[in-house]
Design a protein around this ligand. Structure first.
Ligand code: NAD
Ligand code: IPM
Ligand code: MN
Length: 358
């Protein structure tokens, strides 16, 4: 049976990195014998432009039929003046909600050839390999009430940080299960010294953790976690955290790795999984052919691990990326002064070549 994949290229560099990811996917399927039915649909600013909504009904229906969804990126400065419901980011949040993909896995790996690229010293980061498990379907992003209240005297804006125990429990299980396949350590990140929602988070995670006596569990406050991530990134194995903290810590992780153009993600839940690079639409470099496609390509590798049940294909894609970086080829965001930078298509072609030869 062919896997049905809905590709949502989106905005800015989204189409460029999606094109790269799908080229690699096509080579992988022919090299290893897998079958994928692929269709593209608009989302984000592009969805608004062509169909009047950041998640057009046609896209929503396609996602409902799909086994997996790939999203490039959403976001465009031209949308700044639109009402919240029409903004590109609303389309992505709605998509995540529809899929109920509550567990966002964001692996961060400092590959040996890139140790010198990180702003941190090599001896601090060599061997860094951790996984952020970010809750993705609840918390401050979705809590009600929300909105802006204006009156003659003043204006207030409200968002609500709400978590149910059941929502914490299900994502905690994903983190502990993931730790079983790794180094068996979970750091749960919260702000339990201030927030009720975090106190519930800590209580539920501790309770879930008691069913995993083989996994070491540590609770850490988010401000300290932000510091430890820079001081001792190697000390982390699985980082389990809520929606907003996970968003912020994963961009910090990108800084540790050297560029946000490197980090892939998989969003898992009861429906089709959503694969998306951690980075955004990067309007500052869109259309120049210089976007780093590696985050998107590694997101395709995650698709083979999680949705397709073909981990050997995922591993082959990861090896191909590693090989290209080991050869010294560098996208613009990773090239150091004096180093030659390769464009999106050149990097992608080399990954495809390495994959064909594997
Ligand atoms: P961003 O991730 O788009 O860009 C941050 C910086 O990293 C920029 O300098 C950009 O040029 C660079 N960068 C990002 N991806 C890169 C890549 N693949 N190769 C090389 N350089 C890369 O974050 P931002 O600037 O804060 O946000 C821009 C827009 O993207 C906003 O509208 C935001 O809402 C949206 N966004 C979308 C997603 C998503 O679709 N999943 C994620 C994050 C941000
Ligand atoms: C991410 C992005 C999104 C988020 C935005 C675009 C809604 O920053 O995927 O990290 O905050 O989840
Ligand atoms: Mn983010």
């Amino acid at each position: 049976m062919a896997m049905r994949l809905a590709a949502l290229p989106g905005d800015g560099i989204g189409p460029e990195v999606t094109d790269a990811a799908l080229r690699v996917l096509t080579v992988a399927t022919s090299r290893f014998g897998a079958s994928v039915e692929l269709e593209r649909y608009p989302v984000g600013w592009e969805g608004y432009r062509v169909a009047g909504a950041p998640l057009p009904p046609e896209t929503e229906r396609a996602v409902g039929r799909a086994d997996a969804v790939f999203l490039g990126a959403v976001g465009d400065p031209r949308a700044d003046e639109l009402p919240p419901a029409l903004r590109p980011e609303s389309g992505l949040l709605r998509l995540r909600k529809i899929l109920d993909c509550y567990a966002n896995l964001r692996p961060t790996l400092v590959l040996d050839p890139l140790v010198e690229t990180s702003p941190l010293r090599a001896e601090r980061i060599r061997g860094t390999d951790f996984l952020i498990v970010r809750e993705l379907a609840s918390g401050l992003y979705y809590g009600e009430p929300r909105g802006v209240n204006r009156d003659a005297d003043d204006t207030e804006a409200v968002n609500t940080l709400r978590y149910r125990a059941s929502e914490i429990r299900r994502v905690a299980h994903v983190a502990f299960e993931a730790a079983r396949e790794r180094d068996r350590r979970v750091v749960s990140v919260d702000k339990a010294n201030v927030l009720e929602a975090s106190r519930l988070w800590r209580e539920v995670v501790a309770d879930v953790g008691s069913a995993y006596p083989d996994i070491e569990l540590e609770h850490m406050l988010v401000d300290r976690a932000a510091m430890e991530l820079v001081l001792r990134p190697r000390a982390f194995d699985v980082i389990l955290t809520e929606n907003l903290f996970g968003d912020i810590l994963s961009d910090e992780a990108a800084g540790v790795a050297g560029s946000i153009g490197l980090l892939p993600s998989a969003c898992l839940g009861p429906s089709a999984a959503l694969y998306e690079p951690v980075h955004g639409s990067a309007p500052d470099i869109a259309g120049q052919g210089i976007a780093n496609p590696i985050a998107a390509i590694l997101s395709v590798a995650l698709l083979f691990h999680y949705t397709a049940g073909r981990p050997e294909i995922g591993a082959a894609i990861e090896s191909a990326v590693h090989e290209v970086l080991s050869s010294g080829m560098r996208p613009a965001d990773l090239a150091r002064p004096g180093e030659r930078a390769s464009g999106t298509r050149e990097i992608t072609a080399s990954v495809c070549e390495a994959l064909r030869a594997s």
